[in-house]
Design a protein around this ligand. Sequence first.
Ligand SMILES: NC(=O)c1ccc[n+]([C@@H]2O[C@H](COP(=O)([O-])OP(=O)(O)OC[C@H]3O[C@@H](n4cnc5c(N)ncnc54)[C@H](O)[C@@H]3O)[C@@H](O)[C@H]2O)c1
Length: 258
Amino acid sequence: MSVSTVSIKDRTAVVTGAGSARGIGRATAHALAAAGWNVAILDLDEAGAKDAANDVAERHGVQAVGVGCDITDDASVDTALAVVADTVPPVGALVNNAGITSPVPFLEVTGEEWERIFAVNIRGSFNVTRRLAPGMAERGFGRIVFLSSVSAERGGGVFGGVAYSAAKAGQLGFARALARELGPHGVTVNSVAPGLIDTDITAGKLVGEREKQVLAGVPVGRKGRVADVADLITYLCRAESGYITGATYDVNGGAHIH
Ligand SMILES: NC(=O)c1ccc[n+]([C@@H]2O[C@H](COP(=O)([O-])OP(=O)(O)OC[C@H]3O[C@@H](n4cnc5c(N)ncnc54)[C@H](O)[C@@H]3O)[C@@H](O)[C@H]2O)c1
């Protein structure tokens, strides 16, 4: 399918984890809708997902649906995606944004904690991607974006520990290999790797001296804003961005330059 025949106004972008009010996913849902995408939001927090969808539809005049969904659970993902298929236009983009972090040091980490982090960041991304990629490939158009992290590239050093860094690095390999397989079907797959972004993911645990230390390592001298990340994701989802695939985009204020 050529770029000129694809209109994102006839497509839906699925954003996981866009329920949290100050999160990257919510800002991304708004940015995508502002660009013309219809939006579907899947979040563990059902009320948050519905609130986000209402807000997006109201502000941007696109179709939007919010569904409660635990992306680690196969049945829950099946049910949520059935609702999406029934209510909004075909899926043209997926933003694998839902994620959780953990600062537990490696010498203290339990197997359960390790699994918990991988369940959302890796298995959860797999659960959603595995179900949406075939439709995108069949229609000859798709955009998939993973939310990795600077922690994957520099080996932690912000907030997340080894489990988080390993899971986020796993997403990079996932995205790169998938880009190779789906390229022939018109589906691009990219990752964004944010540095410290001002959201609630650390649950208020990155403050005071610790926050100052992290910011001292950020050349632009501030935390990132959710819009900084949302804009980049929206750019990667454009129909015109079809020659960008298998790439990782840093959005970290210079915290890691390589
Ligand atoms: N904030 C940062 O500094 C930062 C930096 C690098 C990467 N990231 C990544 O960006 C993404 C978004 O982060 P954020 O800071 O906006 O986080 P956030 O905590 O504000 O939002 C995460 C959302 O994911 C949802 N979620 C968690 N587990 C889920 C599950 N099992 N099923 C469905 N939804 C689930 C939560 O309910 C929440 O709405 C994450 O993948 C995170 O790892 C964030």
